[in-house]
Structures are given as C-alpha cells and as structure tokens.
Design a protein around this ligand. Structure first.
Ligand code: TMO
Length: 313
C-alpha cells in the first residue's frame, strides 16, 4: 500500500512538483511536549519542519509514560524521543496492544541512570562501582533522609524504578523525586559551590556533560529480562536489580494512522535522525542559553540546514 502510494506520488511529482508534498489531511499533527529540554526542542524542530511543508501542527503537554497510550489511540501523532532506559516498557506495552509504530532509531546512543559529578569521587574513591557507592551512603545523607543516603531522582513521571532498585539491591538510600529537570541542575550547581558529594539521575546526550564532568554509577549490567523476569539479575526474587543500558537506543514512534493521514510528514519522520552532539546542543540552547523552545528550534534549524533539508526533498 505504502509502496504503491509512493510510486504514484513519485510519478505525479514528475509532472507536478508540488504533488509530492500534498497531505491527505489539514488536521494538525499533534506533537507531545514532555518535561526535559531536548525533547521539547526536538519536538519544535520537527513541528517547524512539518509547518515548512504546509502542515498544521499542535503541541500538547503529555506525561512521558502515558504518551504511548495516547499515540496508540490517535490522540497524539508521534513521539520524537523514546529513551530505552526509561520508556521501553511503556512503548512495548503499547506496541503489544496495537495502534503504534516503531519508526526506527536515531543515530544517538543514550544512557540514563544514577550519576555523580566528578568531585564526588574524592569522598568515595571506590566509585563508579555501585557497592562502593552503597558503602559510602552516609556521605549522601541529609536531614530529610536520616542515616540513609539521598538519591535525587527525576520527576515521578520519568518512572525510573529507583525505589524498586534500592529495594532489590538492598541499598542504604532513600529516593527523593525532584520536581523538574531544572531542579536537578540547580542541585548540582549548589553542590558544586562546596564540592559536596551528590548522586542524582542524569542522562546522555544532555547539555550537562559539557558543564559538569561526571560518571554514571556502575550497577549490575543491564541484561534482557532484568525488568520483566525476577529470576534475571543478581537478586533472583526481584525486578529492576540491574542498571539501565549503557548503550541504549533513542527511537521515534508514531500513531499507525499517520502514514495514511500525513504521508509526506511521515516520510520525513522515518528519515529524521539526530546525533548525540545535535541533541546535546538542542538542550544547551534552552538550559544554558535560556532561549524559549520555539526560538531554540528556529536557531537550530537555521544553523543545521545541511542536516534536515535532505529529509524533506
Ligand atoms: C527521558 N530522560 C532523558 C529525561 O531520561
């Protein structure tokens, strides 16, 4: 079906150059906005590309886990950043029910996990080993966590299963959720002033790696089944007793009605692929340069025409 359509459109394009760009619908392509900067900027980048092709676009703020169900139902059209470490289970649950397409991987290799800025290692030299971290738990204690170490996790909808990991590995840590990504960066900045040890959720690609050198904690290696089969991993009775993948994917996903409804936009989505450096730059434009996301997207598109214009033509 898709091949037939592509062949027909290609034939039409030979006589009518604009036919290839025509969509079947002027309804807005609905793009979800989550609560970390690269996703917000990349979503605006794709939205502005679609608008440049004549499409209508609408942005909606959606929970990072619930978005897959919204896509499956056609309420949201796509997701630009599906991170293996934290979204794989939600994507797979939606794929199993139907209505959503895996649109392939970006070039980027991702990692999301417990992380510390490098000065933390002075107070806990056995790092990055997770058992060494656990032996150092008291240096991360705060009034809020008593004699346990504090692990500062992301907002709750990022759903990192940190409480389950702490329990599965018997760690002397209490998980505290930050209210926002900005709160994570503020905490690193405050700790930096006094070179105070801190362990928190972080990821790559991100702007933060260029600002604060640091390392991910080395947990038991991510192996298939660790998050779905209790017997896999060092604790035979628990899920989530492994780290997140050190070389995770970054996927795109779409509603399965998208190829019919907006074929030209879907074609561009299949081609779109960003690198680690490009994604870190998208985050930097907001988190360091303090641009609004739509301005950051415009600036990124202006500076990177050689990256994206080929996807459109
Ligand atoms: C999905 N995230 C990059 C915040 O871990």
């Amino acid at each position: 079906m898709q091949n037939t359509r592509t062949a027909i459109l290609a034939a039409l394009a030979a006589v009518a150059p604009f036919a290839l760009m025509a969509e079947d619908s002027s309804d807005p392509i609905v793009i979800p906005i989550n609560n970390w900067s690269s996703q917000i900027v990349m979503s605006n980048v794709m939205g502005q590309i679609f608008e440049s092709m004549g499409n209508n676009v609408e942005y909606v703020t959606v929970d990072a886990q619930a978005v897959y169900e919204s896509i499956r139902l056609g309420d949201v059209s796509l997701q630009m950043e599906v991170w293996e470490g934290t979204h794989k289970l939600s994507l797979e649950a939606a794929l199993a029910k139907g209505g959503i397409i895996d649109v392939g991987d970006h070039d980027a290799v991702t990692r999301e996990d417990w992380w510390y800025p490098m000065w933390t290692k002075e107070a806990c030299p056995g790092l990055p080993d997770w058992e060494a971290l656990n032996d150092c738990a008291e240096i991360f204690a705060t009034p809020e966590t008593g004699d346990k170490g504090r692990y500062l996790d992301g907002p709750a909808d990022w759903n990192k299963h940190a409480n389950e990991r702490v329990a599965a590995l018997g760690m002397n840590f209490t998980v505290i959720n930050a209210g926002s990504a900005a709160a994570l960066w503020a905490e690193i900045g405050a700790a930096e002033a006094e070179k105070r040890p801190i362990v928190l959720f972080n990821w790559t690609p991100n702007f933060a790696e260029a600002v604060w050198p640091g390392e991910f904690v080395a947990f038991p290696e991510a192996v298939p089944g660790c998050d779905t089969d209790p017997s896999v991993g060092p604790n035979p009775d628990a899920l989530y007793d492994c780290g997140n993948p050190a070389d995770g994917y970054l996927k795109k996903a779409a509603w399965d009605g998208m190829p019919e409804k907006w074929p030209a936009a879907y074609e561009v989505l299949t081609k779109a692929s960003f690198t680690n450096a490009q994604i870190a730059e998208m985050a930097r434009l907001v988190d360091v340069e303090e641009l609004e996301p739509d301005e950051a997207a415009r600036e990124w598109l202006d500076a990177n025409g050689d990256v994206w214009k080929g996807w459109v033509n």
